[in-house]
Design a binder for this molecule. Structure first.
Ligand SMILES: *[C@@H]1O[C@H](CO)[C@@H](O)[C@H](O)[C@H]1NC(C)=O
Length: 318
């Protein structure tokens, strides 16, 4: 009898164990996880973005290679890679430079920033390094990633005369102050990502902009100058989500494709904001993605304001 009971118990336990990992538990988190992934990789999905010669992943490259001029590359590359110090933490940029890293030419020593951070051809990766100022960047820099640091200010000297610079990503710092001319001498700048900071005033930006993301800041009613985007003929994406804005910026450029304004304080819109009441033939064919959800605005009040658009904005319609 005892053996029988044991056998029965054993079977019962076995059954429970088999039944335990149900399909539901396995699938439980998939949706949330995908959402998180989506937001993490938001930028990589953007087909317009020009990534230069580099594909950007979220993982930092292991190789810590200095920026080399084309003449240096053949003889020096291997040696430079071997002798480049490995970076484990955000150790001091003032630390001793390894002599072997310096190329043979006398004109330019390797930027200390490329020893502190990581430089790959002309891209500088300085994410998550506890920086509180923008480090000096090599003259040839085209793309710079300074995400997840503690930078509080952008001064006019930080990016001065980086004539090749195309992309600046300063996501998740504590920037509250930007000099008005901080981005002025950047003739090729096309992507600027300043999301998740404390910015109250958007400075002057070059007309070469293609992608601007200033979401999750504090621009308020005065943080964007009148007609700030008017002459940016290549501007395709403008993200201004969650900024306490109380109006939609006006004179938006014709090539704009995506305008995100959700979670602001926009209560009304002018009928000419997107269309032209006096010109019924005018069509804004590219502006397919307008987000106005999370604003106290009733879109049904201004049906004319969307006549020229390929799609009605997302937002409250009742
Ligand atoms: C939104 O606007 C429509 C059209 O003017 C109106 O009928 C409706 O009552 C408005 N809704 C609210 C909540 O004000």
């Amino acid at each position: 009898m005892k053996t029988f009971v044991n056998l029965f118990l054993g079977l019962f336990i076995l059954q429970t164990a088999l039944a335990a990992p149900t399909i539901e538990t396995i699938n439980y988190d998939t949706d949330t996880y995908e959402d998180v992934l989506d937001s993490l990789y938001d930028y990589d999905e953007n087909p317009i973005v020009d990534q230069g010669k580099i594909e950007i992943g979220t993982v930092l490259p292991v190789v810590n290679r200095p920026i080399l001029s084309p003449e240096q590359v053949p003889e020096e590359t291997e040696e430079a890679e071997e002798s480049t110090p490995k970076l484990i933490d955000g150790s001091s940029p003032q630390g001793p430079l390894t002599p072997g890293v310096q190329g043979p030419d006398t004109s330019g020593a390797i930027s200390p920033t490329c020893i502190l951070c990581a430089c790959l051809i002309t891209t500088v990766y300085c994410d998550d390094h506890n920086l509180d100022t923008i480090p000096p960047l090599p003259k040839e820099t085209t793309h710079v990633y300074l995400r997840f640091n503690r930078i509080s200010k952008i001064s006019k000297h930080d990016f001065n005369h980086l004539t090749k610079l195309k992309k600046i990503d300063l996501t998740s710092n504590i920037i509250s102050e930007i000099d008005e001319d901080a981005f002025r001498n950047l003739p090729q700048l096309s992507e600027l990502i300043l999301r998740d900071n404390n910015i109250r005033q958007l400075p002057e930006l070059p007309n070469t902009m293609n992608f601007i993301d200033v979401s999750n800041n504090r621009l308020g009613s005065k943080g964007i100058k009148q007609e700030a985007f008017k002459d940016m003929t290549d501007l395709h994406i403008l993200y201004l989500t969650n900024n306490h804005l109380n109006h939609i910026p006006i004179l938006l450029p014709d090539n704009l494709q995506s305008l995100h304004l959700q979670d602001n304080n926009i209560q009304e819109m002018h009928e000419d904001t997107f269309c032209k009441m006096k010109d019924w033939t005018y069509a804004r064919r590219t502006l397919e993605d307008i987000r106005l959800d999370g604003n106290p605005i009733n879109l049904s009040r201004t049906p004319q304001a969307f006549m020229c658009l390929p799609r009605i904005p997302i937002g409250r319609l009742v």
